[in-house]
Design a protein around this ligand. Structure first.
Ligand code: IPM
Ligand code: MG
Length: 353
């Protein structure tokens, strides 16, 4: 199994290094894993003048799975838009056709007190957000900034083709079938034509999944319901930008955005795995970032792309065990627990593994 390792920028290299330790441990236990590293984001720009260097894309396409850290940094913000780190990330998602982004928000009981919500609201939380990842206002044409009537206007196009909605809906229904058989489709059909079509297509696809209870919710209400009563949700399916926003919100239910892993899959379950958080330039290089989201992304890689369910469960059990031991990085630290660094957390997971 060949894994492309793309650490990226900011805390990316620190957190990916911890996940690589886990992969090496699995390899020494007999999993046939081969890893190769390549730059992306600002690191790609520094190395090759491109946030997604050709060689990085070629390596990623030739690999079975991709492990990514995070991209972005202040020093790249002044670059022309197509050279910015985020473009590298958006392009690799698009080029590899990774349209289904799975973002599980799972509360580890040990972290209930790290959430800003009352423990009883979040205890036992287990939501899966399925975010469409290669369409919507992120990619719709036309887009730009231009002068109209003597002033600048900025514009983007929110656009979904039926086929794009269908394929992500199938993924979401499939996941719902394996979970609590409840799917909530989130859109803004009361205002947007794009959402109106989304909803219609989801209802059509639902006919093939009579066992799944489908509901619909406007995104503003969904944002509210997520903090009011998050446990009403099982699987949520939504478009690219709504999913971007709601998954950050959902992450805080679990105590920290540093805990949320993600899988971005194509039609054949080939995938890219990354934490949902960003490159956190403010804490980069300090060895204090939380590597658990990245390590949990490796578990998802084992499950969804490499078909190594037992390895996935071993990793998840190891993470549970370090939390039960009371070890916490700064973002999930609460009184009475033991604060550890990024690399110490990685070592602890390794030991538990
Ligand atoms: C995410 C991030 C990215 C996104 C950024 C870094 C381009 O916020 O993966 O959620 O908007 O998709
Ligand atoms: Mg985001």
């Amino acid at each position: 199994m060949k894994i492309a390792v793309l650490p990226g920028d900011g805390i990316g290299p620190e957190i990916v290094a911890q996940a690589v330790k886990v992969l090496k441990a699995l390899a020494s236990d007999g999993l046939k894993i081969e890893m190769e590293e390549a730059p992306i984001g600002g690191a790609g720009y520094d190395a090759a003048g491109d946030p997604l260097p050709e060689a990085t894309l070629a390596l990623s396409k030739a690999s079975d799975a991709v492990l990514l850290g995070a991209v972005g940094g202040l020093k790249y913000d002044a670059l022309p838009r197509d050279k910015r780190p985020e473009r590298g990330l958006l392009r690799i998602r698009k080029e590899m056709n990774l349209f289904a982004n799975l973002r599980p928000a799972l509360l580890y009981p040990e972290l209930a007190s790290a959430s800003t919500l009352r423990p009883e609201v979040v205890a036992g939380l287990d939501i899966m957000i399925v975010r469409e990842l290669t369409g919507d206002v992120y990619f719709g044409q036309p887009r730009g900034i231009e002068v109209r009537n003597g002033e600048r206007v900025g514009f983007n196009t929110m656009l979904y083709a039926e086929s794009e909605v269908q394929r992500v809906a199938h993924v979401a229904f499939g996941i719902a079938m394996k979970r609590g058989k409840k799917l909530c489709s989130v859109e803004k059909a009361n205002v947007l034509e794009c959402s109106e079509l989304w909803k219609e297509v989801v209802i059509e696809v639902a006919k093939e999944y009579p066992d799944v209870a489908l509901s619909h919710m406007y995104v503003d209400n969904a944002a509210m319901q997520l903090v009011r009563n998050p446990k009403q949700f099982d699987v949520i399916v939504t478009g690219n930008i709504f999913g971007d926003i709601l998954s950050d919100e959902a992450s805080m239910l679990t105590g920290s955005i540093g805990m949320l892993a993600s899988a971005s899959l194509d039609a054949n379950n080939k995938g890219l795995y990354e934490p949902i958080h960003g490159s956190a330039p403010d804490i980069a290089g300090k060895n204090i970032a939380n590597p658990l989201a990245t390590i949990l992304s490796v578990a998802m890689m084992m499950r969804y792309t490499l078909n190594q369910e037992s390895a996935a469960q071993r990793i998840e059990a190891a993470v549970k065990s370090v939390l039960a031991q009371g070890l916490r990085t700064a973002d999930i630290y609460t009184e009475g627990t033991k604060k550890v660094s990024c690399s110490e957390m990685g070592d602890a997971v390794l030991a538990a593994l």
